[in-house]
Design a protein around this ligand. Structure first.
Ligand code: SAH
Length: 375
C-alpha cells in the first residue's frame, strides 16, 4: 500500500463548505449553482447507499468525486446495552482512526463525536489524552459521523424502530475548541435546515471543553444557543493543574468567568463536568468549595464516575463518597446529577475513546475493507 504524506489534508467535501461556498465551488467547477442544493439534499437526507439520482446520470461520478468523496470508512462496530449503544471505529483517508458512540434512550438519541484524532490536552485520567494529538478532523469528517448516525436512526438500525438523532455531544476524541473553525463549520451544517444540513436544534448540541478561555469567548459571540460543557474536575488550581494541565494557562477563576459570560449572553445553562476520582477530588471539602463557586449561577454539575483507563492508578469513588459529594454540592442549591455509564463494557464511555490498532485486532474477523461509508 502506498502511504499518504503525513500532513496531507482530507479531500474537500461539500460539508466543509458553507452553503454559499458550496454554490460558488460548484459554479467554479462548471456546474449550475443549484447542484449544491441537490448534492446537499442527497448527502443529508438520502438513505445510506442510495444512488445520486438527484443529478443527471452523466455528471454523477464527477460530482461525487469532487464534492462527496468518501471520508470515513466504518472498520468496526461494537454494541452494548441490548443494542441501544453502538460504538463505531472509523478509518479516515490517511489511515487515521477515530471513534463515535450513538446512544439511544426512550426519548432521545445522542451521538458522541470526535473533533480531533487524538488530543493534545494531556489530561492524565483520559485514554485519548495519553496518545497526544494526531491531527484535526475536517468539518466534513465531523459532519460525516453525525450524518451516519442520523441515517442509522432514520432507518431504524437501533432497536426501537425509526427515530431521530436529537443530540450531538463533542465528548469523543479531541478538544473541540482547539479545532475551532472546523468544529463551527460542522455545527453550522448540523443546524442548517434541509436541504442544506441536518436541521438540528442548537440546544441539542453540546460543546465540551477543557476551558480554552479565548475560544469560549469567541463561541459566546457566535450567536448560537449551543450547550457549553466545561470540564472542571477540581474547584482549586492546585489540583486542577494536575488533572487538566491547560489550567496552568487558564486557571479556574478565568474559566468560570468565561463560562458565566457564556450563560449571560446565550441564556443557556452551562454544564460543569466533574469526573469523580477516588481520594483525588471527591472530598466533602472540595464539594463544598465547588458548591460555593457555582452557587447562584446558571449551571448544572454533571458528575462522571471515573472510568479507569488501562493501567491507570486511579479509580472511581466509592458509592458512599459519591453520595456525600453530590449532597454537599446540592446543599449550596446547585443542580447536580450523576452521568449514566452507557457503553462502559465496549470502552464507549467518556474518556475511553482511544482508537488504536488494538481496537482493530480485537475482532480479527473484520478487516478494514469490510466497512461502509457514510456518503
Ligand atoms: N476535550 C473535551 C472533550 C473530552 S471528553 C473536554 O475535555 O471537555 C468529555 C468528558 O469526559 C470530559 O469532561 C473529560 O474530562 C471526561 N473524561 C475523560 N476521561 C475520563 C475518564 N477516564 N473517566 C471519566 N470521565 C472522563
Amino acid at each position: 500500500m502506498w502511504s499518504v504524506p503525513k500532513l496531507a489534508k482530507p479531500p474537500r467535501h461539500l460539508a466543509d463548505l458553507t452553503v454559499e461556498g458550496a454554490r460558488a465551488a460548484l459554479v467554479a467547477a462548471g456546474h449550475p449553482a443549484y447542484r449544491a442544493d441537490q448534492l446537499s439534499r442527497h448527502y443529508f437526507t438520502a438513505p445510506e447507499g442510495k444512488n445520486l439520482t438527484e443529478v443527471p446520470r452523466a455528471d454523477r461520478a464527477r460530482l461525487r468525486a469532487e464534492f462527496l468523496p468518501p471520508l470515513l470508512t466504518s472498520v468496526h462496530e461494537r454494541l452494548a446495552d441490548a443494542g441501544t449503544t453502538r460504538k463505531t471505529l472509523w478509518r479516515a483517508f490517511d489511515g487515521t482512526l477515530i471513534e463515535s458512540v450513538l446512544m439511544r434512550y426512550p426519548s432521545r438519541a445522542t451521538l458522541c463525536v470526535s473533533s480531533q484524532a487524538g488530543c493534545g490536552m494531556a489530561c492524565p485520567f483520559c485514554a485519548t489524552g495519553q496518545g497526544g494529538l494526531t491531527r484535526n478532523l475536517s468539518a466534513g469528517e465531523i459532519v460525516g459521523q453525525v450524518v451516519s448516525a442520523a441515517k442509522a436512526m432514520r432507518a431504524g438500525d437501533l432497536p426501537g424502530g425509526p427515530g431521530r438523532l436529537s443530540n450531538v455531544v463533542f465528548m469523543g476524541m479531541g478538544e473541540p475548541l482547539a479545532n475551532y473553525n472546523r468544529v463551527l463549520a460542522a455545527i453550522r451544517r448540523m443546524l442548517a435546515p434541509t436541504p442544506h444540513g441536518l436541521g438540528m436544534s442548537a440546544r441539542g448540541i453540546t460543546v465540551s471543553t477543557v476551558g480554552l478561555v479565548p475560544a469560549i469567548s469567541r463561541l459566546t459571540d457566535e450567536g448560537l444557543a449551543l450547550t457549553l460543557a466545561v470540564s472542571l474536575h477540581a474547584p482549586d488550581d492546585e489540583l486542577r493543574d494536575t488533572l487538566v494541565p491547560v489550567n496552568t494557562r487558564w486557571p479556574v477563576r478565568e474559566v468560570l468567568d468565561a463560562a458565566w459570560r457564556y450563560a449571560d449572553v446565550t441564556g443557556r445553562r452551562v454544564s460543569i463536568e466533574y469526573a469523580l476520582i477516588r481520594d483525588v477530588n471527591d472530598s466533602v471539602e472540595r464539594a463544598d468549595q465547588l458548591g460555593r463557586l457555582l452557587s447562584g449561577r446558571l449551571t448544572h454539575v454533571n458528575v462522571i464516575p471515573l472510568n479507569p483507563t488501562p493501567g491507570s492508578k486511579w479509580d472511581a469513588s466509592t458509592p458512599q463518597a459519591q453520595g456525600r459529594f453530590v449532597a454537599a454540592v446540592r446543599a449550596h442549591g446547585v443542580a447536580i446529577t450523576v452521568r449514566d455509564t452507557r457503553g462502559r463494557e465496549i470502552d464507549g464511555a467518556c474518556g475511553q475513546l482511544a482508537a488504536s490498532a488494538q481496537a482493530l485486532s480485537a475482532d480479527p474477523a473484520r478487516t478494514p475493507e469490510a466497512g461502509t461509508s457514510p456518503t
